[in-house]
Design a protein around this ligand. Sequence first.
Ligand SMILES: Cc1ncc(COP(=O)(O)O)c(C=O)c1O
Length: 345
Amino acid sequence: MKRVIDLRSDTMTKPSPGMRQAIAEAEVGDDVWGEDPTVNKLEAYAAEMLAKPAALFVPSGTMANQIAVRSQTNPGDEIIIETDAHIVRFESGAVSALSGIQPCMLSAPKGILSATQVDEAIRPPDIHNPPTTLICLENTHNRAGGTVYPLETISEIRDVATSRNIGMHLDGARLFNAVCATGVAPDVYASRFETVSFCLSKGLGAPVGSLVVSSEARVARMRRIRKMYGGGMRQAGILAAAGLYALEHNILKLHDDHKHAKLLAQGLAKIPGIAIDEDTVETNIVIFDVSGIRQSPDDLLETLKNEGVLMSRFTPTTFRAVTHLDISHQDISDAMDVISNTIAH
Ligand SMILES: Cc1ncc(COP(=O)(O)O)c(C=O)c1O
């Protein structure tokens, strides 16, 4: 059978044999009762990595974000967030439905808000205004193409937040991609935020799970919200074992994903009809325009799929390819051969 090169998302990774072994050997207990030793170990490990007092293991990145937002807002509040952020674009309207807040959405180049932009969007105290209580940033920014928030910009936004007494949440679904791309330590990023979420099930290769880190008191509050949202899990140690394995073995492998993404971008840039700005490829996401190709984007995507290369449609004329743990150097060169041959015919 022909090998399928699945570049649709870094959520496509499958647990490796070593990870499956760790899952099989996990010690478990009832985590809703706080008795799962492997979950407790993972939460302690995550808290220490991000230098926060406590952490909470949750089933998904969406739940991590939504619990964090809920824990820092009251219904009728406003949160400041970039227009294309996952929290408002791809979480099914949850901030309004579950937290009763309204988002103040600001668009920004590469998904990176500036401190001035944030400052100007904060509502002055007035009975007519919703109180601005939270600023949410996303690092790396998925929809912008895996772009990295400069630490300096985050720090400037933090200064604004502190001076206006507003909390900050980081959607760090791909925080470790930012860590690998910049060399900035995870705890340095985390120190700028009250809450930080990150995913185990994307480039880190675990099948399920995210963590959200914060103070002891806020994690206790988030634990209660997790139960309310139906995210209390029982013998979740089998999932936590995969998460621990991912943190212990797979973080540095993200460097390979970034190299592969660059390689793919360089190859694509050489194909007539494809437009790509290689400088936008900062981590593991490659977005490119196919409007210069004779075939329609739908036909092209279908032909590539039939040839074993899977990518996703990003906009009517652009595709998205994401590199990950299950994509090798050889896969990238095979994918490039398929793409060039397909387009040449
Ligand atoms: C930036 C970002 N945040 C949050 C999520 C949500 O993660 P999950 O699919 O585990 O709910 C994703 C998923 O792709 C994401 O890219």
